[in-house]
Write a protein that binds this ligand. Structure first.
Ligand code: ADP
Ligand code: MG
Length: 403
């Protein structure tokens, strides 16, 4: 029998007695199903699951630790995998083998039992069934991997888009105080009295602080740790809104931030990005001015402590017809200036941090939209089990009602 190339997915045949192993693998290879004959099961669990189409065993192979190896192999399979196992049994084998075979029947989900002596057509049809099932599993895995990769790429691209917007905001925000600073320094230089120079100098220092504050907040955004920790989200909210001050002034949007100290167990950098997305949307919704209100407070829902952050605007609101699509990738009403990834990513971030994202919106006067982020105040394991089990149940309705 010729050797199979290393990258060919195959059936593994283990039939330790006589020439059964050689005969079966030869027969399968001849029928177009790549198969490899092994002397024993031990060590098979270290194989890459995707390279195994299935196992074909005689019941003697389960002896001397063979059943344990099958157990380990089945347990080590990735979630997409339900490895087909074909067990060839015989009434003439010793009682120990029969006992192992019935144990395997209990423990291995995709087990096909065939009685020896076996007819070739029977074996072939069992192999065909196992092969088809495995192909389906591999297709599902490939589709899941593709989806995961494209989701990750999108998240990265949205992160880059946010970074790009921040750089633009930074340049825009720094420009005004920088210009003022230049003028004030000119006035200091040309002052006729020390008092005059002093007062211009003080104004210049204020502008200088403003620039360093903007730079500081922008850097915080990029340097925030990615791992979860106890975070004072009120500080986060204040820092996120600072990045929009220039735009708010320009659009004549009044801002009000009321932040009580509230701790969330979360990844600071991710939640900062989520807040920037929500504030950015609120600002976009108020093209002709309005009022932005950001409120942070600790809340308790069904005995569970959360940090709640709300971002409310007085923009035109979100029409009912588009609400079901809001959290879909690429859904935007902003044409080429929108990416349609902000809310999708924001919800992903919030849920990844164990929290919930909720919103309410009105398109009739007084119109506007409120988005709320709920972040648990303790790490997941410390939460009462009832909350974890409840999922979308009563607790969340209370959360929504609390908005
Ligand atoms: P983008 O901002 O790039 O359009 P998002 O995912 O952030 O993508 O938002 C999707 C859409 O949701 C927006 O295009 C807008 O139509 C709507 N939207 C989100 N937030 C608001 C808001 N505060 N007010 C009105 N519409 C909003
Ligand atoms: Mg957006």
């Amino acid at each position: 029998m010729s050797e199979l190339a290393a990258n060919v997915p195959r059936f593994v045949v283990v039939a330790p007695l006589g020439r059964d192993g050689d005969l079966i693998s030869g027969f399968l290879n001849g029928a177009g199903f790549p198969a490899e004959n092994l002397q024993q099961l031990r060590g098979v669990e270290t194989r890459d699951g995707a390279m195994l189409l299935g196992l074909i065993l005689t019941d003697e192979a389960l002896q001397r630790g063979g059943l344990d190896a099958v157990r380990r192999l089945v347990r080590s399979q990735p979630v997409w995998s339900d490895l087909p196992v074909i067990l060839l049994t015989s009434s003439s084998t010793e009682p120990g083998c029969a006992a192992l075979a019935s144990q395997a029947r209990i423990e291995v989900r995709s087990l096909i039992l065939l009685d020896r002596p076996i007819r070739k057509e029977m074996l072939l049809s069992a192999i065909q069934v196992a092969f088809n099932a495995r192909q389906k599993q591999l297709q599902v895995r490939d589709a899941a991997v593709k989806q995961f990769q494209s989701d990750e790429a999108l998240k990265k691209s949205e992160h880059l888009a946010v970074a790009g917007r921040l750089v633009a905001t930074l340049a825009h925000e720094v420009n005004n105080p920088l210009e003022a600073l230049g003028n004030l320094l000119f006035l200091v230089e040309n002052s006729s009295t020390l008092d005059e120079a002093h007062s211009f100098g003080q104004l210049a220092i204020r502008e200088f602080h403003r620039i360093s504050e903007i730079v500081d907040h922008t850097l915080k955004f990029h340097r925030a740790p990615a791992h979860p920790s106890f975070t004072d989200v009120s500080e986060l909210a204040m820092s996120a809104v600072t990045l929009f001050r220039g735009k708010l002034r320009e659009r004549q949007i009044r801002e009000r931030v009321t932040a009580e100290r509230a701790f969330g167990y979360c990844s600071e950098g991710e939640i900062r990005q989520a807040l920037v997305n929500l504030i950015g949307n609120a600002v976009d919704a108020m093209k002709d001015g309005g009022s932005l209100r950001i409120h942070v407070m600790p809340v308790s829902v069904d005995g569970v402590e959360y940090a709640r952050m709300t971002v409310a605007d007085t923009g035109g609101g979100i029409r009912k017809e588009i609400r079901p699509q809001l959290f879909r990738q690429f859904f935007t009403t902003k044409g080429s200036s929108g990416t349609g990834l902000g809310l999708w990513l924001t919800r992903d971030i919030v849920e990844r941090n164990g929290g919930k994202l909720r919103f309410r919106s009105r398109t009739e006067t007084p119109c506007g939209t409120v988005f709320a982020i709920y972040l648990p105040s303790s790490p997941p394991l410390e939460q009462p089990k009832a909350v974890q089990d409840r999922g979308q149940g009563a607790g969340l309705q209370r959360v929504a009602a609390a908005m």
